[in-house]
Design a protein around this ligand. Sequence first.
Ligand code: NAD
Length: 311
Amino acid sequence: MGTLDGRVAIITGGGRGIGASISRLFAAEGASLVINDLGANTDGTGGDSGPAHDIAEEIRGTGAQAVGNGGDIAEASTGEELVQTAVKEFGKLDIVVNVAGILRDRMIFNLTPEDWDAVVRVHMRGTYTTCRPASAYWREQRNPEGHYRIVNFTSVSGLHGAAGQPNYAAAKMGIVGLTYSLANALGRYGVTANAISPGAATRLTDTVPVERRRPGAGIVDSAEAPLDRSPDNIAPIVEYMASEYSDWLSGRVVHSAGFALALYNNPEPIAEVTSDGPWNFDDLRQKVEATFKPLANGLPLRPGAQPAPTS
Ligand SMILES: NC(=O)c1ccc[n+]([C@@H]2O[C@H](COP(=O)([O-])OP(=O)(O)OC[C@H]3O[C@@H](n4cnc5c(N)ncnc54)[C@H](O)[C@@H]3O)[C@@H](O)[C@H]2O)c1
């Protein structure tokens, strides 16, 4: 008996890296898969349907069920096609895992509109394109006990604000906001939505200079657990989130690296100041400096963050 027996999953970016580890584990645990991968270069250029079809063939060779799809996940038609394929080939859809991603790292002052758009397009649009038709399908099922699942991929680059990745950081935090929205909107239809922030050695991290790979954050490379950078270490938490055991977990971000998992908190207000009417600048300044400044200065810095140049 597998944890995903009889369940049907779409995995984007499933042909390589973390997505390939998820595809193999899901298949071994009994899921039937629609595996999308454009076979793009790490910067999003090019395309080769090989990775998607190769892994689908490999999985079929183990006796499990898998269909490959080499489409561009940022195209709405690809998302529609994936959902239709799941229903046509396997009779239903239970799980969507949005892994596909690219990088075009530049400091903000060198970031071209093209490099901004390309990264936002694949990550944000490429997460929206599957979630829209999948959620429409789940709403039609009228099955609040469906254990339907969305698992999106974010990054510490966004959660912590990597200085050299403004486009990627923005896209990855956009995915967090989308995940919160999906969790709030879709719970009544039996859907949970969560995000994973992974850390694993793949061709994508090979593009990041060695000195930037470890932002000095305990939570990124836990001191509590052995560090093993295999992408296979990310797949088990995705399996858990995709399983029927995780009904209690929705609208959350979990970091996964090596043999450690970490639960992130919510962004939430920690102090409030008010005015009786339209703000007077001196009143505003007095209140934020009296109330927010000591709190802001006392907050832990995000890993890699520079202290504000305050007096
Ligand atoms: N590896 C890490 O440490 C790390 C850290 C933080 C976040 N992530 C995120 O995890 C996810 C997987 O990354 P990875 O390290 O396995 O990278 P990877 O490059 O090994 O795999 C990404 C896959 O996405 C595919 N892809 C790219 N653009 C696509 C498109 N438009 N349509 C369909 N497929 C497309 C690529 O062909 C590739 O096979 C990404 O979202 C990445 O941003 C990875």
